[in-house]
Design a protein around this ligand. Structure first.
Ligand code: HEM
Ligand code: HEM
Length: 261
């Protein structure tokens, strides 16, 4: 691997900022807020930030960089795809529970649903994330999909996956700011009480985690060795996989490549 030291530093920084984000959100709800419960009250709402940070941010980020870990390159690509897909599915499950928690809290407290920009962009992100999983499973896990379809769709999958990840971090930052403005009354958010400073740091950690993950997945030289070859085939040559989208006759080479894409 090129520049292994830099990769290792990025990996450690992602692991540290990601784990700290989960620790910070837990300290926020358990120490500064009402704790966690499933009772329709504020403690139920608190599942929302905890599960979003742990699932949609930490697990999604882990799923995204899983192909880049050099220790996994000896593993079969098919196994890695299952791990990538299962991590996304687990993240999605936590997201659903987190969304139910906030709707249930709103309904019990008779607070209107879906009025804020945070909630609009949040629900759009959840729906698009679900769509990305469905398309990902159909294209890359079901063994009958033609190789040309898989290859043609891969840049779209990577682009939308990265866009969703960045978008979701922005949505979380909006949610955090909103919650601090709603919850801090005396002293107010603008008076910078310890909780406000602590949670601002959580926001900074989320941005740092996101930046490191995006940096890692956008470096072509850190791809799995086989994928680097495929990448140059798709970018240097006007390969037929890039241009033609549609089923084609399956050859032995196709079925060998299917496991790799
Ligand atoms: C509400 C999504 C993270 C705070 C909502 C709602 C959705 C949503 C769909 C609307 C629920 C309803 O109208 O009943 C998301 C997504 C996140 C995220 C996709 C991804 C990371 C966070 C975080 C916080 C937060 C980290 C921090 C506390 C809030 C608050 C509400 C809310 C205060 C209620 C007010 C409102 O509807 O805007 N969220 N959320 N969210 N969320 Fe988030
Ligand atoms: C690669 C995101 C679901 C299969 C990627 C990459 C991203 C991404 C950002 C680029 C990673 C890299 O270049 O190292 C997502 C998101 C998903 C999702 C956000 C869910 C919402 C799935 C599912 C599958 C899948 C369900 C089914 C197996 C793949 C494959 C790659 C990939 C095969 C290729 C990795 C490579 O060869 O470089 N995904 N993905 N993805 N994803 Fe997904």
């Amino acid at each position: 691997m090129e520049n292994y030291r830099l990769f290792l530093s990025a990996f450690c920084a992602a692991a540290i900022t990601g784990s700290l984000s989960i620790i910070f959100v837990l300290i926020w709800v358990l120490h500064y807020r009402e704790g966690l419960a499933w009772d329709g009250g504020s403690a139920e709402f608190n599942w929302h930030p905890v599960l979003m940070v742990a699932g949609l941010i930490f697990l999604q980020g882990t799923a995204i960089i899983i192909f880049r870990l050099p220790w996994t390159w000896a593993c079969n690509k098919q196994v890695m795809k299952w791990i990538h897909a299962c991590l996304h599915l687990l993240a999605f499950t936590l997201t659903v529970i987190s969304t139910v928690a906030v709707f249930d809290f709103h309904n019990t407290a008779k607070i209107p649903n879906m009025y804020s920009l945070h909630s609009w962009l949040g629900i759009a992100a959840v729906i698009l994330y679900c769509l990305q999983i469905v398309v990902g499973v159909v294209l890359y896990l079901i063994p009958i999909t033609p190789v040309s379809w898989r290859a043609a769709f891969m840049p779209v999958h990577v682009f939308f996956g990265t866009l969703l990840f960045v978008g979701i971090i922005s949505v979380a930052l909006m949610g955090i700011t909103e919650k601090l403005i709603f919850a801090l009354k005396s002293p107010k958010y603008s008076q910078s009480p310890p909780e406000a400073l602590f949670v601002n740091v959580l926001g900074v950690l989320l941005v740092a985690f996101g930046a490191i993950v995006v940096y890692t997945v956008t470096r072509v030289s850190w791809k799995r060795p086989n994928d680097q070859v495929l990448h140059s085939l798709h970018t240097d040559e006007v390969g037929e996989d890039n241009g033609k989208v549609g089923p084609k006759k399956t050859t032995t080479q196709d079925s060998e490549m299917r496991g790799n894409i």
